[in-house]
Design a protein around this ligand. Structure first.
Ligand SMILES: [Zn+2]
Length: 263
């Protein structure tokens, strides 16, 4: 019997489980607001292990390794608010519209996610209500509370060095879609750093059909934004996390100035 044989609970998260959202430095002085969609690899107890091993839940399929730790250091260096998701993207991917199949993938890279097969509409709604909605409501509220203060959204992600047998050559990537205003100067600055291979909309690009966070909170609200991807092996450990956080915290304000974006 799997957890899905039971009727969906009223709330997916028990009262003693951690909240879906972590907010740090909500009143930080910075214009930058850091968003970490794939910060955590925790699963709600009600979902069990989704049929995966502990080892699988430590892999990139479950979360963005190193992203939260790096964003935390950036938050501290910039005095920037940070909003991070606690639960694994395998429970519900908070950078997807919940109605999309990819929000609760049945297969991630080469791994079948047994607990995501045959999920009912009610179970999907329970995951959305417990995890996705509180996260995006918190982001919306934090931005609303800033009122007229300059706000620049920075989504922080990490990517696996190898995907489906392809060795990715980039150290980091700058992602954008309809508004490249901040992306292009940041891309140029990163490419000027010694020894860096920087992806231009690589290893992913933002699209209207594959992303939620930047389209929803950045593009729709007309706020300057950037999505960053950093290769996981570079930010697995503290020294790399600190080095990358320092680099991004140093370059972001310069990129804004070059783009004429208030910060
Ligand atoms: Zn991610």
């Amino acid at each position: 019997m799997t957890p899905h044989d039971h009727a969906a609970p009223i709330s997916l998260l028990a009262p003693d489980e951690p909240p879906a959202v972590t907010i740090e430095r909500a009143n930080g002085a910075s214009a930058f607001v850091l968003l970490v969609d794939h910060a955590g690899n925790r699963l709600p107890r009600a979902l069990g292990s989704l049929g995966l091993t502990d080892a699988d839940l430590l892999r990139h399929i479950a979360w963005d390794i190193g992203a939260l730790a790096t964003a935390r250091i950036m938050s501290s260096l910039l005095d920037a608010p940070m909003v991070a998701q606690t639960y694994s993207r395998l429970a519900i991917d908070c950078n997807r519209d919940p109605s999309w199949e990819s929000a609760m993938p049945e297969i991630s890279e080469h791994t079948t996610i047994p607990g995501n097969i045959g999920v009912t509409a009610q179970q999907r709604a329970a995951r959305r209500d417990a995890i996705f909605l509180p996260y995006h409501t918190a982001i919306r509220a934090l931005i609303d509370a800033r009122n007229t203060r300059p706000t620049v959204l920075v989504a922080v992600h990490s990517f696996t060095p190898e995907y489906k047998s392809f060795r990715r050559p980039w150290h980091c990537g700058v992602l954008y879609n309809h508004n490249p205003a901040l992306a292009l100067p940041l891309l140029e600055l990163l490419r000027a750093e010694p020894g860096l291979e920087v992806g231009d909309n690589e290893p992913y690009s933002i699209t209207d059909d594959s992303d939620y966070t930047i389209p929803e909170h950045g593009e729709r609200r007309g706020l300057p934004h950037i999505e960053l991807e950093i290769r996981q092996d570079l930010i697995e450990h503290n020294a790399g996390q600190r080095a990358w956080a320092e680099r991004i915290a140093r370059l972001l304000p310069i990129a804004c100035t070059k783009a004429g974006i208030a910060h």
